[in-house]
Design a binder for this molecule. Structure first.
Ligand code: NAD
Length: 317
């Protein structure tokens, strides 16, 4: 039984990751600042679910606060860290670049440094498909050039990967960076398109599609991401970067139709210009994660979107 610190553990992906470790008998501490990027009551509800498990502890604090992070590490005494706390989202990072840099770069550095001091045995970092920048064509591979991010968010995630490398180099701690591709499922962040659209469609309101609907995303069901995170944690060695994606790319207009069908509604769509910072396509090549981690995404979009819709109808008023 391991003891794991999950930063950002009150959030969408973090709460699912924490639950997966708790379910198999590990003890889990989370560190989260419950910030108001979206309604903190949703994060408190996620924590209530986790509190039902023995071996769960919640610490409130900001990853930018070096003293607090060190204290939490001392108290929680984790064997390993899964670092998911971040300011997420492309468009808001254009409005508040300094905040994104502060949390995602300085905060990540604080967590790495406290983990090194605490002598943890492994470290997993949540990176993002956005590091690949604006491209089309072939699926994205970890060996591709990622020197051209097109949003502050993407630049901070690439910076996080670089910090992870230097801390691994200096401390020898195995560090794995995981590039998540558009994650969806129960407890999804309300600012993300699928969740936002579901609310609008259920209220009979129009959804705004940026561009002509031809942009494509590799939507990844949260259970597949969690499986990849747990595998990466268990097998951490050296410094590694892996894509975690569904490895199928879906056009925005097909996502809208699939979601509407899952909710049993006819969508009303209005179009607006494409947004700065958005990329045309994401598409994960997951052969490295498949080979090294045994990762195999198993929830096709048609199934995942039905599960999401069911959750939305039950959990969101
Ligand atoms: N959701 C996706 O599609 C996606 C895609 C790629 C990468 N990611 C990455 O995965 C991670 C989790 O994303 P999510 O979608 O669950 O987002 P989320 O916002 O639900 O979770 C992030 C959590 O981190 C916490 N947090 C933020 N700033 C903090 C700070 N300064 N100190 C302590 N806690 C702080 C938030 O309160 C939140 O609970 C993030 O690192 C994100 O960048 C997500």
């Amino acid at each position: 039984m391991a003891s794991i610190l999950v930063t950002g553990g009150a959030g969408f992906i973090g709460s699912h990751v924490a639950e997966a470790f708790l379910r198999r008998g590990d003890s889990v501490s989370i560190l989260d600042n419950f910030n108001p990027f979206y309604d903190p009551a949703l994060k408190r509800r996620n924590v209530e679910t986790l509190a039902a498990y023995p071996g769960f502890r919640a610490f409130e604090g900001d990853i930018r606060d070096a003293g607090r992070v060190v204290d939490v590490m001392r108290d929680a005494r984790p064997d390993g860290v899964v670092h998911l706390a971040a300011m997420a989202g492309v468009r808001p990072s254009i409005e508040q670049p300094a905040l994104y840099a502060d949390v995602n770069v300085m905060g990540t550095m604080r967590v790495l440094e406290a983990a090194r001091e605490a002598g943890v045995a492994r470290f997993v970092f949540a990176s993002s498909s956005s590091v690949y920048g604006n491209r089309e064509g072939e699926p994205f591979r970890e060996t591709d050039n990622v020197d051209h991010p097109v949003s502050p968010y993407a630049a901070t995630k690439k910076s996080g990967e670089l910090l992870c490398h230097s801390w691994h180099h200096l401390s020898g701690i195995p560090v794995t960076c995981l590039r998540f591709f558009t994650v969806y499922g129960p407890r999804q962040r309300p600012d993300l398109a699928i969740h936002k659209f579901a609310g609008l469609m259920r209220r009979g309101e129009a959804v705004t599609v940026f561009g002509d609907g031809s942009t494509r995303r590799d939507y990844t069901f949260v259970d597949d991401i969690v499986d990849g995170v747990v595998r990466a944690y268990d097998r951490a060695s050296g410094y590694r970067i892996y894509n975690l994606g569904g490895s199928a790319t879906i056009a925005l207009r097909d996502m809208v139709d699939g979601l509407a069908a899952a909710l049993g509604v006819v969508p009303r769509v209005v179009h607006a210009p494409e947004q700065p910072g958005d990329v045309r396509m994401t598409y994960a090549d997951v052969s490295a994660a498949r080979r090294d981690l045994g990762f195999s995404p198993s929830v096709p979009f048609a199934e995942g979107i039905r599960k999401f819709a069911r959750w939305h109808v039950e959990a969101v008023r």
